[in-house]
Design a protein around this ligand. Structure first.
Ligand SMILES: [Zn+2]
Length: 407
């Protein structure tokens, strides 16, 4: 285990259209924005105006895999997304699920050009509302000076494995985009099932070899939830990050949590997640949005339902007192008579999480990985001793520690 990186991991938030009010005023707690292609295409003016007014780096996730399922489940925003994928894809989506291998090289090129063009021109074409947003945050008109996306992200497809045909199509698209766009700004998304991470190393090695030519790869393991991932999957992820980083290509994790922050010690350059939810995603699911209210317990590094969190905090109060959060937003909620978790507003819970996540990101500057792993083991032993009924919900803490120490 090495602790060679002391610089910070880039911390991006997935932009949600309904959460504009929340994002405003939190800009010191995150580094950049990930914009889902659906939202960028469907609410282009509102999203563009808001995002550009934040003056933060951003990139647009094309979300192409949603077309790999039957179109009956698609919403209006998905049709807008289909349109930015070019006329051929739009037409194919109208007639059924999109088979990536059915696209000819010319059609792949048309799709890739259309998606990258949308990203390249997003800033200039999304300015109708920008002065409104700048005014809201007390700034002058931008005068036509807008930031393009930090990276260009080619369309991509999901494949359960690293050897499937769709995986090959995605790689072809990425190479085409890189060849035609000068390379450095093209950051492709590698999208496979989380099971590919645990297939005895060979798939991970293939991923490293295939994606090392790109300046940065954005990793997307479908339904990879850090707290539910197996030890071999976590090890595969760790080795993949270390491998790409060792080739001088530190990757970015599209949906990550605390384990991804720890992966910064082996070179993870950045990670993204939603606020209060969205630390994993099913690549093929067209559905997104907030689940039930959940509370992030900082010492345990994950979300729990409000009932679970209340139980754990009560059990801990009589012992070490580790689980009660003392961040600014939590103290403010307590002072306002909303101390009990079931009285917290959605904003209280979001602010708390973002504050805590920011502190986690900062902590890797001053802590050693060995100490953070020792903390995981310590809190695992402690939490299972005070809440025995929760033992099976807390095993991830031991898996994370084991995976890091054995990968
Ligand atoms: Zn808090």
């Amino acid at each position: 285990m090495r602790s060679r990186r002391n610089d910070l991991i880039q911390h991006f938030l997935a932009y949600g259209h309904a959460d504009q009010d929340f994002f405003r005023g939190q800009t010191d707690l995150y580094d950049g924005l990930t914009i889902p292609g659906t939202i960028a295409a469907f609410y282009q003016q509102g999203t563009g105006g808001f995002v550009l007014a934040q003056h933060k780096p951003y990139f647009i996730d094309p979300r192409t895999p949603v077309f790999q399922i039957a179109p009956g489940q698609l919403r209006k925003s998905h049709w807008a997304l289909a349109s930015i994928h070019g006329a051929t894809v739009r037409k194919k989506v109208e007639t059924g699920s999109l088979d990536p291998t059915s696209l000819t090289p010319e059609q792949l090129r048309e799709m890739t050009v259309a998606v990258l063009q949308f990203q390249e021109t997003f800033a200039q074409k999304s300015t109708q509302k920008i002065d409104k947003y700048l005014k809201m945050i007390g700034q002058e008109s931008a005068g036509g000076n807008f930031n393009a996306p930090a990276w260009l992200v080619p369309p991509y497809f999901y494949d359960p494995s690293v050897r499937g045909a769709n995986y090959g199509v995605s790689l072809d698209i990425a190479r085409m985009a890189q060849a035609e766009n000068g390379g450095e700004r093209v950051h492709p998304i590698a999208c496979v099932d989380k099971r590919a991470l645990s297939t005895a190393g060979s798939d991970v090695n293939n991923l490293i070899d295939d994606y090392a030519p790109f300046s940065q790869t954005i990793l997307f393991f479908s339904v990879f939830e850090e707290a539910n991932a197996s030890e071999p999957q976590l090890q595969g992820f760790w080795n993949l990050v270390r491998g790409l980083s060792g080739r001088g290509r530190p990757p970015f994790m599209l949906f990550g949590g605390y384990f991804s922050i720890l992966a910064h010690y082996v070179g993870l350059a950045g990670f993204s997640h939603g606020i209060g939810y969205g630390e994993s995603r099913n690549a093929l699911s067209p559905v997104s949005g907030p689940p039930g209210k959940r509370f992030y317990i900082p010492a345990l590094r994950r979300f729990f339902t409000v009932a679970e969190a209340e139980y754990l905090i009560a059990a801990d109060r009589k012992e070490r007192g580790l689980f009660q959060c003392v961040c600014g937003p939590c103290e403010a909620a307590r002072a306002a008579g909303r101390g009990a978790l079931d009285r917290r507003t959605r904003e209280d819970i979001f602010h708390h999480f973002l504050r805590v996540r920011h502190d986690e990101v900062m902590s890797i500057q001053i802590r050693k990985l060995t100490d953070l792993v020792a903390d995981l083991r310590d809190v695992h032993n402690y939490a299972t001793s005070i809440a025995r009924g929760f033992a099976n919900k807390l095993t991830y803490l031991a898996r994370w520690a084991n995976a890091i120490q054995t990968a």
